[in-house]
Write a protein that binds this ligand. Structure first.
Ligand SMILES: Nc1ncnc2c1ncn2[C@@H]1O[C@H](COP(=O)(O)OP(=O)(O)OP(=O)(O)O)[C@@H](O)[C@H]1O
Ligand SMILES: [Mg+2]
Length: 246
């Protein structure tokens, strides 16, 4: 991946609407879990979704990625309607989802894990590997180790690297720092910071100091609804100001 901060990385579309949800409801069976969700992100932005356990954050990401179908409302991605499109097609259109459970193929090596993800795309394996190494050079010595030996943070980086294969337009990451120590969290943040400006991201995160450091836009969720959208940098930069909305 190219270094962050270069001009024109996202092409001419920077600042244009990339994703927009309008009035989206989602049910699990008869239970309605998302209510009237309105969410927008511009190309190049890093948006965060914040909310307590059970607020509906994962449900929202799964809906965008096509794993759940809205019962009402619209989802537009890059000016195309994507609601009801199956997840494998949504992925091909350029939206990738990194699941909350951080599952890798433990018995396979890091390289084989990357290979499996690169296989269905046209990307060369060496390009996929080099992209991960540019984000996290220490993966180099682990490349032929079994993935089950990776630390939680390294596993997260492998999953992010896999999701970047084929250069998607939007990455959805569900709680990348969950369960990680402060030091490892900094490594993940470093990786995410390198990616900022290269790809648009929607990240679910409960650690408000992480949100404060990286967000262009924040959505506060509660009980399946979006309570507030915050784009004011002076509010975002104060994690205790964000805390007030939880
Ligand atoms: N497969 C399912 N079937 C029925 N209800 C579900 C299912 N998955 C989640 N729910 C319910 O939907 C609501 C939202 O869950 P969701 O996992 O989206 O929350 P979350 O904000 O991601 O929580 P966490 O912070 O714990 O990951 C919760 O009340 C949860 O119990
Ligand atoms: Mg969740």
């Amino acid at each position: 991946m190219r270094s962050a901060g270069q001009a024109g990385l996202l092409g001419e579309g920077k600042g244009h609407m990339l994703l927009s949800l309008e009035g989206v409801d989602v049910h699990y069976g008869h239970a309605k879990v998302l209510h009237e969700i309105n969410l927008h992100i511009l190309k190049g932005e890093v948006a965060f979704i914040v909310g307590r356990n059970g607020a509906g954050k994962t449900t929202l990401l799964k809906t965008i990625a096509g794993f759940l179908k809205p019962s009402k409302g619209s989802i537009l991605f890059d000016h195309q309607s994507i609601q009801g499109i199956p997840p494998e097609k949504v992925a091909l259109m350029g939206i990738r989802y990194v699941f909350q459970d951080k599952r890798v193929f433990g018995e396979l090596t890091v390289k084989e894990n990357i290979e499996l993800a690169a296989y269905p795309t046209k990307e060369k394996l060496s390009d996929s590997i080099n992209r991960i190494l540019s984000l996290y050079p220490r993966m180099d010595i682990l490349i032929n180790s079994k993935a089950k030996g990776l630390s939680g943070g390294q596993r997260q980086i492998l999953l992010i690297g896999r999701a970047l294969i084929g250069e998607p337009k939007l990455l959805l990451i569900d709680e990348p720092t969950e369960g990680l120590s402060a030091g490892i969290m900094e490594e993940i943040l470093d990786v995410l910071t390198k990616m900022k400006g290269q790809i648009s991201m929607i990240i679910v995160e409960q650690n408000l100091s992480v949100v404060s450091r990286m967000a262009d836009r924040v959505y506060m969720m509660k009980e399946g609804s979006i309570l507030k959208e915050i784009t004011d940098k002076t509010v975002i930069e104060k994690s205790n100001a964000l805390e007030g909305y939880l």
